[in-house]
Ligand binder design. Structure first.
Ligand code: ADP
Ligand code: GN1
Ligand code: MG
Length: 369
């Protein structure tokens, strides 16, 4: 698909911002959508900002279904938050419709765009600068899980089929490897072997789910630290964003993806692997906070499988980065050649650390159950 900038002016004209638009700039560090921050200048008030996004056509085949999910979930969250005396405008996302009244705008090149108010006085972190901050994100994601407990899961569309089906991710990796379209497989022998040695692991959660040990709930499925906005004054997790993958799933996915991204001190694409290691203290901090946020509602089976959630989300994400590398970087945004392979390597380093320290992880979960 063409660069989002090509239709940006057309898209800006399709929405009513309530005041003149004075600028629109690329924003944030998401890997999937094209995100812009739109600045408007009302006559007699301070600048008002909006988040305008072109949804990724590579990731989302049905923007209509995606937006139906998001409108359903944000309105439901809004009601839950108001009933608890919260501030709906800061604690839940809100979809702002284009002038044509549709849930999103389709531009002349087929790109699908949506608009949200910018949640002001918040900070979006790319790394857990302090344990308190990481704990705050854990409470927020746990609470999110709780708020959606009563949401009718059967009404949600599967926006990305088999999103956290690790068996299916393995299958797709093998297909990409067999095709080796760009001849890149030779450059990643150790990473390929790393995956193939863990084929059985890819079934761990699904086997437990099929055996009735892990219930299906409404989950976020993409719980990295930069998908929660923190209050700039109190440091508490205020608003969960990036609701594209809210779907029926396992709670261990939400726990695990936060650990994958946040329980270490390096960037996801760090090239110096000596800097990449699992911080078990941060695992401890997050576990305590997440369980607080969920209000003690997890089953024994879910608690037992929390370390598996961390390992599987990290392994799966590494497999996805490696698959995208083999396929020519068509899914995750990249800024440099080899970035997806670098990302894959950090994930596999973290998986190795989790394997080495497995007993400690299990003991931490036991401490808080
Ligand atoms: P992606 O799927 O590409 O990760 P996100 O929906 O996470 O896209 O948005 C990318 C970034 O934009 C976020 O990490 C955050 O920094 C910022 N962002 C998104 N929505 C909002 C919002 N409503 N208010 C403030 N910042 C936002
Ligand atoms: C993507 O959208 P973003 O950047 O928050 C991806 C996640 C990956 C993550 C890896 C829809 O998250 O699944 O875990 O990158 N989102 C989608 O950083 O594929
Ligand atoms: Mg995001």
């Amino acid at each position: 698909m063409a660069r989002a900038e090509e239709t940006l002016q057309e898209v800006l004209a399709a929405f009513d911002f309530g005041a003149p638009v004075v600028g629109a700039v690329r924003y944030g560090q998401g890997h999937i959508n094209d995100t812009f921050c739109v600045h408007t200048q009302p006559e007699d008030a301070a600048c008002r900002r909006f988040i305008l996004q072109r949804m990724s056509a590579a990731a989302f085949k049905r923007p209509d279904q995606l937006m139906e999910n998001i409108i359903g979930v944000t309105e439901y969250l809004g009601r839950q938050i108001r009933e608890r005396g919260g501030d709906r405008s800061r604690e839940a996302m809100e979809v702002l419709r284009p002038k044509n009244g549709q849930p999103y705008y389709t531009d002349s090149q087929g790109g699908a765009w949506r608009l949200y108010p910018f949640v002001e006085h918040t900070v979006c972190y790319q790394a857990a600068d302090t344990p308190e901050l990481f704990a705050a994100s854990g409470r927020a994601f746990g609470r999110f899980q709780q708020l959606l407990k009563g949401y009718p899961a059967e009404t949600l569309h599967e926006t990305i089929p088999n999103f956290h089906n690790t068996e299916d991710r393995l299958k797709k990796f093998k297909a990409a490897l067999a095709a080796d379209k760009l001849g890149r497989a030779g450059a990643c022998g150790p990473e390929i072997d790393f995956v193939l040695a863990r084929e059985a692991d890819c079934s761990a959660a699904l086997t437990a789910m099929r055996a009735g040990k892990l219930p299906v709930r409404v989950t976020h499925n993409d719980t990295k630290l930069n998908n929660v906005l923190m209050d700039e004054t109190t440091g508490e997790g205020i608003c969960i964003i990036d609701l594209d993958t809210v779907m029926p799933g396992l709670v261990i996915y939400d726990f695990g993806d936060s650990i994958r991204f946040g329980a270490n001190h390096s960037a996801e694409d760090e090239t110096d692997l000596t800097k990449v290691s699992l911080d078990v203290d941060l695992f401890d901090v997050y576990t305590k906070a997440f369980l607080e946020g969920t209000g003690g509602s997890l089953t024994d089976g879910e608690l037992e499988y929390l370390p598996w959630g961390a390992k599987l989300m990290t392994l799966e994400c590494g497999i996805r980065f490696l698959t995208d590398y083999l396929e020519g970087d068509v899914y995750f945004h990249t800024e440099r050649e080899g970035q997806n392979l670098d990302r894959c390597r950090t994930q596999f380093k973290l998986v190795s650390d989790m394997e080495e320290r497995w007993d400690e992880l299990a003991a931490i979960v036991d401490k808080y159950r």
